[in-house]
Design a protein around this ligand. Structure first.
Ligand SMILES: Cc1cc2nc3c(=O)[nH]c(=O)nc-3n(C[C@H](O)[C@H](O)[C@H](O)COP(=O)(O)OP(=O)(O)OC[C@H]3O[C@@H](n4cnc5c(N)ncnc54)[C@H](O)[C@@H]3O)c2cc1C
Length: 491
C-alpha cells in the first residue's frame, strides 16, 4: 500500500512537492481552496484579455529546466519560452528613458556611458554575483535549514565569506558605482521584492546575475502556461487535484496529524504538507496547542511588500511601452521609507507596468493592449475603494504624462487587487504578496521552519519558509520538502 500524502494548496511549492512525491510512488492529493491551481500565479480571462494575476518576470530559467528535467521532461514540452530583448525599460523621466539590453556587451557599453570606468566594475560585480548564484543556488538553496549544523561544514566558511552575508546590497553596490541610475538598476530587484538594500545581505545580488546575465524570459500565452504545464505533469505522475476544498481543520492524535476537514469531506493521510501561507495554517487551521510559533512571533516578522494591482484592457495600442516597464521618476528613498521604515500609503509611489500584449498577441484582442500595473506597498495597510481609486488616477496621470498619450479614456476593462484580495483569495498574512522580506535575520535557519516538532508528519513548504519568496525558490521549496518527507516517512 502506498503512503498517502495530503498537500494543502496548489501554488508552485505545493505542486512541486506533490509531483516529486507522486513520482516516488506516494498517493498524493492536493486540496485547493480556489477554483483552479496556481495560487499567486492565478489567471483570469475577461472580454478577450488574458491576465496573469501575479508573477510576470520569468527569471532563472535553469531552475525551471532542472524542475522539468527531474521528471525526464523539458519546459518546451509544455510551453514556448522567448527571451525578451531589451529585457525591460526604465522611465527615469519623460525624456529620460533607458532600455536594459539582453546582450552583456551592450550592457557594458550602457554602464560606461553612464559612468566612466563602470563597465570594468560591472564585470567584477557580475562575476561576484555569478559566484553567489552558482554557490547559493547550488550548495545552499536546497538545504532544509533545520539546524545551523548544516552550515558549519568547515569547507563552507570561505564560501560564506564570499557570499557576502554580512555586507549589505547598498554597501556592495556603492563600493563599485557612484552613478545614481546604475544604483537604481542594481538595487531595484531587492527593493521591489524584499527589503531596503541597506538591510539586505549582498548575497542577494545573485538576483542581478539572474536579471542581467541569465535574462528575462516569457512563456508564450502567459505565466499561467507554467502552471498548466506543472499540473499536466503532476496529473501524469498521479497527483489528484481537488478544487474548492478549503482546509478548515487538521486533526491531531498525539504527535501525529491524522486527518483534515474541508467543507465537503474528511481526508486521512500518513503525512501532510502545508503549502498555503504558513501563518494561516498555524494560527487558523492548527489547534492552538500544536502551533510552533505564536501571534507575537508572526507580528515581529518583517514582511515583504503587498501590492496594489490594476488589470486593464485598453482599446488601442500604446506607444512607449515594452513588455516590462519600471517607473522610477520619483524618489527611491522616500518610497522605500514608506514601504519598509514608516509603513503607510505612499505619496508618490514607484510603479511597474507589464504590457504582455507587446510580445504576445494571444493575451489581448487584435489592436488592443493588456496592461498590468503594480504598485508595491507596505503590508497591513487599510485597503479601501477610495484609496485604490486615488492611486489609480495618480498612476494614470503619470503614465499618460511620461508616455505622452491619452490612456484613461481608452480603458474598456478594469479590475483592482490589493490587501483585502490577498487575504480573501490566498489567506495572505497582512495581505503580503511575496512572503517574508529577505533580511539576514530571516534567511535560512532563521526562517519559519519546514517542520513543526510537535507534529512529526507535518511539513511546511512555500514562500514563507525555506528558501524564500519568488517562483524559482517556491519550486525549490517543494523539492526540499519532498526529499525530507521521503527520508522520514518511507514509502
Ligand atoms: C503580484 C505578484 C507578483 C509577483 N511577481 C513575481 C515575479 O514576477 N517573479 C517571481 O519569480 N515571483 C513573483 N511573485 C512571487 C511568486 O508569485 C510567489 O513567491 C509564489 O507564487 C508563491 O508560491 P507558493 O506556492 O509559496 O504560494 P501560493 O502561490 O500562495 O500558493 C498557496 C496556495 O494555498 C491555497 N490555500 C490557502 N489556504 C488554503 C486552505 N486553507 N485550504 C486549501 N488551500 C489553501 C491558496 O489558495 C494558494 O493556491 C509575485 C507574487 C505576486 C503576488
Amino acid at each position: 500500500m502506498s503512503k498517502k500524502v495530503v498537500v494543502i494548496g496548489s501554488g508552485f511549492a505545493g505542486i512541486s512537492c506533490a509531483t516529486q512525491l507522486a513520482k516516488d510512488g506516494y498517493e498524493v492529493t492536493i486540496l485547493e481552496k480556489n477554483e483552479s491551481a496556481g495560487g499567486r500565479c492565478s489567471m483570469f480571462q475577461e472580454q478577450g484579455f488574458t491576465y496573469d494575476m501575479g508573477p510576470s518576470w520569468y527569471w532563472m530559467p535553469d531552475v525551471f529546466e532542472n524542475y522539468f528535467n527531474s521528471f525526464g521532461k523539458k519546459p518546451s514540452d509544455y510551453y514556448d519560452l522567448m527571451r525578451l530583448d531589451p529585457s525591460y525599460r526604465i522611465y527615469f523621466d519623460k525624456d529620460d528613458v533607458m532600455d536594459i539590453p539582453a546582450s552583456l556587451q551592450e550592457l557594458y557599453e550602457l554602464f560606461e556611458s553612464l559612468e566612466k570606468g563602470s563597465s570594468k566594475n560591472l564585470k567584477k560585480f557580475l562575476d561576484d554575483a555569478q559566484y553567489k548564484y552558482t554557490k547559493g543556488m547550488g550548495e545552499f538553496v536546497e538545504k532544509p535549514s533545520l539546524s545551523i549544523t548544516e552550515f558549519t561544514d568547515i569547507s563552507l566558511i570561505p564560501v560564506a565569506y564570499k557570499l557576502q552575508l554580512f555586507t549589505s546590497v547598498a554597501t556592495h553596490v556603492a563600493s563599485l558605482f557612484k552613478n545614481d541610475k546604475i544604483k537604481k538598476i542594481l538595487e531595484f530587484p531587492v527593493y521591489f521584492l524584499g527589503a531596503l538594500p541597506k538591510d539586505t545581505p549582498a548575497l542577494y545580488t545573485l538576483m542581478n546575475y539572474a536579471d542581467l546575465a541569465l535574462g528575462t524570459w516569457y512563456p508564450q500565452g502567459g505565466m499561467y502556461k507554467i502552471i498548466e504545464g506543472m499540473t499536466a505533469l503532476a496529473t501524469e505522475m498521479g497527483v489528484k487535484f481537488l478544487y474548492n476544498e478549503e482546509v478548515k481543520n487538521i486533526e491531531i492524535n498525539g504527535t501525529q496529524a491524522v486527518s483534515v476537514q474541508t467543507d465537503k469531506n474528511t481526508y486521512h493521510f500518513d503525512a501532510i504538507v502545508a503549502g498555503a501561507d504558513y501563518h494561516h495554517i498555524e494560527q487558523k487551521v492548527l489547534p492552538a496547542t500544536h502551533r510552533k510559533y505564536d501571534e507575537k512571533y508572526w507580528n515581529e516578522r518583517t514582511m515583504a511588500p503587498s501590492s496594489l494591482i490594476f488589470y486593464l484592457g485598453i482599446d488601442k495600442k500604446i506607444d512607449g511601452l515594452l513588455h516590462h516597464n519600471l517607473f522610477f521618476d520619483k524618489s527611491f528613498e522616500k518610497f522605500g521609507d514608506e514601504i519598509y521604515t514608516n509603513p503607510k500609503w505612499p505619496d508618490e509611489p514607484l510603479f511597474y507596468v507589464c504590457c504582455p500584449s507587446v510580445s504576445d498577441d494571444t493575451v489581448a484582442p487584435e489592436g488592443k493592449e493588456n496592461l498590468f500595473i503594480l504598485i508595491p506597498v507596505a503590508p497591513d495597510l487599510e485597503d479601501t475603494e477610495q484609496t485604490r481609486e486615488h492611486y489609480f488616477h495618480h498612476v494614470m496621470e503619470r503614465l499618460e504624462s511620461l508616455t505622452g498619450q491619452e490612456i484613461k479614456n481608452h480603458i474598456i476593462y478594469k479590475k483592482s487587487f490589493a490587501h483585502k484580495d490577498f487575504k480573501d483569495r490566498y489567506h495572505a498574512y497582512k495581505g503580503n504578496a511575496y512572503g517574508l522580506a529577505n533580511t539576514l535575520s530571516q534567511t535560512a535557519v532563521f526562517k519559519p521552519s519546514l517542520k513543526n516538532d510537535k507534529i512529526k508528519n507535518l511539513y511546511y513548504t512555500g514562500q514563507l519558509t525555506v528558501p524564500g519568496p519568488g517562483v524559482p525558490p517556491s519550486l525549490i521549496s517543494g523539492k526540499i520538502v519532498a526529499k525530507l518527507l521521503k527520508k522520514e516517512i518511507k514509502n
